[in-house]
Write a protein that binds this ligand. Sequence first.
Ligand SMILES: [Zn+2]
Length: 190
Amino acid sequence: MKFAWTPHRFSGGTLAFDLANTVILRHDPARRLDRISGPEDLAGFAVAASLHCAEARQDMAYAPCPASALQPLLELRELIDRHFRSLAVSGESNFATFVAMADKAASILRQTGMTPQRIDGAVSLSALSLAMETMNSASKALRVKLCANCGWLIVDTSRNRSRIWCDMTVCGNREKSRRHYNRKTGSPEA
Ligand SMILES: [Zn+2]
């Protein structure tokens, strides 16, 4: 099956999370899948992010970065995941993960300038701005969550902070059919 950058892939609510979520089932070594294995994948991500990312601007499209910038961006991706996953689990920003992530983002921005067009610069700005917001506001920090089914990072923008899934139509339905299956087979509810 050919992989497509569908709108579902951009459920994170920020560009930084959408990039972090390009690793599918990150914490399951047997099923882990990285959707970005080379510059051409990143180019596809940039085009689709311009269309589907919640942070994309109508007047501007993201552009891919040169091949040499891919590795630093993938390192930033892992640091984004570490920092915000820890925040989602503990409810508090971790100083060490923040500094590591901010340091990498700053080094990318030194290369790109503050150009929000280039995908690596845009991800860096997205990560830094969310990190500052969640540090300055406890209620914003509570909006950083992990999808209850797939573990993707999400920003919950619902009025009463009730979001559970990255995408109701994908992960919400999977959960529903799993419960249905368990009822029919008599397996205990997880
Ligand atoms: Zn999910």
